[in-house]
Ligand binder design. Structure first.
Ligand SMILES: [Zn+2]
Length: 139
């Protein structure tokens, strides 16, 4: 369960994993920027979505991770309804880091329909990342 603030009316909304459809603000019906944290227990549910999921493997000590985090939040906002961002702390979830081979972070893994379709290692600037994700966002 994640609390997501509505960018339109500022309502705070509780959003759980939604396998089909996208989260909307119950008050004003705006699509919500879909950024959630996941751990080993919630990972499968949170990465099961009808929109493409970008999994952000990060750690508190990783400087470039702090650069890419606001970029992802911004992309989630400008592409709300077409993208979900799932953040995984590799220190707290070493099993997930191993499973996805996250030796070097930040690592972004793009998942669509349960399948990895792309991965980006390192912090790309916003424009480059958006360009890279364009085919995913357009689908
Ligand atoms: Zn709202």
């Amino acid at each position: 369960m994640t609390i997501i603030g509505c960018p339109t009316c500022n309502a705070r909304n509780r959003v759980g994993p939604i396998a089909h459809g996208i989260p909307r603000c119950p008050r004003c019906k705006s699509t919500l920027p879909w950024v959630v944290d996941a751990d080993t227990d919630t990972f499968t549910a949170e990465t099961t979505a009808s929109v493409p999921v970008v999994v952000d493997f990060w750690a508190a000590w990783c400087g470039p991770c702090r650069m890419i985090s606001p970029v992802l939040e911004d992309l989630a906002k400008s592409h709300s309804g077409h993208l979900k961002v799932v953040k995984v702390d590799v220190d707290a979830n070493p099993g997930l880091a191993t499973r996805f081979g996250a030796q070097s972070i930040p690592l972004l893994v793009v998942i669509r329909d349960g399948q990895e379709i792309d991965r980006v290692v390192g912090a790309l600037p916003r424009a480059a990342l958006e360009q890279r994700l364009r085919p995913v966002l357009a689908a």
